[in-house]
Design a protein around this ligand. Structure first.
Ligand SMILES: Cc1cc2nc3c(=O)[nH]c(=O)nc-3n(C[C@H](O)[C@H](O)[C@H](O)COP(=O)(O)OP(=O)(O)OC[C@H]3O[C@@H](n4cnc5c(N)ncnc54)[C@H](O)[C@@H]3O)c2cc1C
Length: 234
């Protein structure tokens, strides 16, 4: 573990911030860090860029992190985990809620290399949207119709696009959403080109404790968090 200092905190909404560190990690989109805020539990967070994490408060540690101040120290293990693959054509990114975090990094990585990306971004209400105006090619869905398409991101996908047009599809969000996307892509025989970033509850982050094991025995921390659709047995 090593220490980093908080350089900047950007508030997106009352419960979501991006914490930027004073160091940039040699990393790839889809990788995560085990972050240790002194006095709190160590938690996994995806990198939202080489030098930041984007976090939503859901419990004690994330609550404290959302209120952190520039200059404070954090312990970091990593970056670790299997990253997303790099597409060789236009990519489709599908995010639900805070699942946008690793996809921000993937979006910037692909655009930085001259690639093309489309984003479908679903949230419950427009207040949850993070930085969506910075993306050029994006469609939004909200469950309550307060912005963009009225419905969930899977309904948006069905009306908005033909997923077979994309060379690679990347999904991150609540597991219930990922399972529905899995069923949709399986039915459409597209699973092979889809990658899922899973955010299962994990403790050690090193493949030892088994708390993040999938039904087929794969560990999210040491063998993921990114899995190709054909590796999952949902
Ligand atoms: C690989 C990976 C990457 C992640 N990346 C991000 C990220 O970029 N941004 C972000 O905000 N969060 C991310 N998470 C989720 C984050 O780790 C949890 O929100 C955090 O551990 C909760 O800690 P806490 O002490 O605040 O809450 P706790 O008190 O531990 O939990 C509060 C509530 O949230 C539930 N919970 C805890 N962890 C998870 C989880 N992983 N999935 C679903 N429910 C959970 C608990 O069951 C409880 O109901 C990621 C998780 C993993 C495994």
């Amino acid at each position: 573990m090593f220490s980093v200092r908080v350089k900047n905190v950007t508030k997106h909404s009352k419960d979501t911030v991006t914490v930027t560190f004073n160091v940039s990690f040699r990393s790839f989109p889809g990788q995560f860090v085990m972050l240790n805020l002194p006095g709190h539990e160590e938690i996994p967070l995806s990198l939202s860029s080489p030098d930041s994490v984007t976090v939503r408060a859901v419990g004690e540690t994330t609550e404290a992190l959302v209120n952190i101040q520039p200059g404070e120290l954090l312990g970091i293990k990593g970056p670790m985990g299997r990253p997303f693959s790099i597409p060789n054509g236009t990519a489709l990114l599908i995010a639900g809620g805070i699942g946008i975090a690793p996809l921000i990094y993937l979006h910037d990585y692909i655009i930085g290399r001259g690639g093309e990306v489309k984003i479908l971004y679903g949230v419950r209400t427009s207040e949850e949207l993070i930085n969506h105006r910075r993306f050029e090619n994006i469609k939004i869905s909200t469950d309550n119709g307060s912005a963009g398409f009225h419905g969930n991101v899977i309904d948006l996908l069905k009306v908005e696009d033909r997923p077979d047009r994309y060379s690679r599809i990347y999904c991150c969000g609540p597991e219930i959403m990922l399972r529905k996307l899995y069923d949709f892509f399986k039915e459409n025989k597209l699973l092979r080109k889809v990658e899922f970033a899973l955010e299962r509850y994990m403790k050690c982050g090193m493949g030892v404790c088994g708390s993040c094991a999938l039904e087929n025995g794969l560990m999210v921390c040491s063998e993921g968090p990114v899995f190709n659709g054909v590796e999952l047995e949902w």
